[in-house]
Design a protein around this ligand. Sequence first.
Ligand SMILES: Cc1cc2nc3c(=O)[nH]c(=O)nc-3n(C[C@H](O)[C@H](O)[C@H](O)COP(=O)(O)OP(=O)(O)OC[C@H]3O[C@@H](n4cnc5c(N)ncnc54)[C@H](O)[C@@H]3O)c2cc1C
Length: 322
Amino acid sequence: MSPFPEAHGGAGLSAASKQHELCTVLRLIGGGDLSWARLFEGHVNAVSLVCRYGTETQVRSLANAVAGGALSAVWGADDAAGLKIVLVDGRVELNGCKILASGAGMLTRPIVTAMATDGQVMCLLDLADDAEVDLSGWAAQGMRSTATGAVQLTGIKIGNDERVGAAGDFMRQPHFSGGSWRFCAAHLGAMERLVDLFREHLVSRKRADDPYQLQRVADCVAAVTTARFWIEEAARRLGAEEDDAASIVAFANMTRMVTERAALDVMEAVQRGVGLMAFIRPSPIERICRDLATYLRQPVPDLAMSDASKAWLNSNTPVGEF
Ligand SMILES: Cc1cc2nc3c(=O)[nH]c(=O)nc-3n(C[C@H](O)[C@H](O)[C@H](O)COP(=O)(O)OP(=O)(O)OC[C@H]3O[C@@H](n4cnc5c(N)ncnc54)[C@H](O)[C@@H]3O)c2cc1C
């Protein structure tokens, strides 16, 4: 319930003024289990979208379902055909499926994006427990517990209760790209846990005085702290909306780059500093690295980085005020 407004029984975590608290929650969950962080992040994203673009009735309907144990998600990824809203015998319904849908078979109140005659729209669904799900393709290295797979949605009726907002709202900026700080916060939580585990290893094995290990520790602490400063600032800027949308998005895109680099550096340092034990189950380091390496793969990272570069190059903003 935490992302819902207090009036709907939540803690208001999706509100602009609570982005710092949300960042802390995502870090903490990410440090415990990245799969759960992915599911929670998707739930927060969905609740935020319904609160921002949906009707009071839709917010109440979702809040009641969640209070009863349901979880939401945002399922945007499409196969080649794409999910469409079509007219069949005078009835408006979905045609197609969603792929890479986290919580497939577990979550009943997802938001799905679908193509309608007026453009891309969001639909808040109420799935049956026996929805047709295919998890056979989810043989990923990590993040297995997210139950990410394909969900068949053909035939689901779409009316005013299901359609959330207007066509184009899903990708409206700055929230579409600006919200990427949330998955960065989950990644950061996992990085922070790795660094703590590295310290435990060095101290318990009496290897903490070695100058090479001290260098790795310094690099790790600097990397996670740098990432945290960027992520907290990206969250603050999206919540405050003091800057124009393009600037908020550029900062969030740069934050993605910083976070990915920090995570790759921390994993390399911890794996080299711990050695073979970091690759042997049930070491938590092995599990976290497997999950983090998988979850780090987010859409179009090159484009996010290059768009951020272009945004600054094409501005007159001194770099100190980026
Ligand atoms: C654990 C997990 C859970 C997920 N859950 C969900 C979910 O619930 N809902 C959902 O909608 N999605 C989900 N996804 C999918 C996610 O949103 C992305 O679609 C997916 O992670 C994209 O990864 P990718 O590496 O294939 O991205 P890509 O964008 O294909 O990037 C791969 C590489 O190709 C480059 N690239 C991209 N486009 C081009 C181009 N045109 N030309 C040249 N290079 C290009 C990129 O910069 C990058 O280097 C999940 C993903 C993961 C890992």
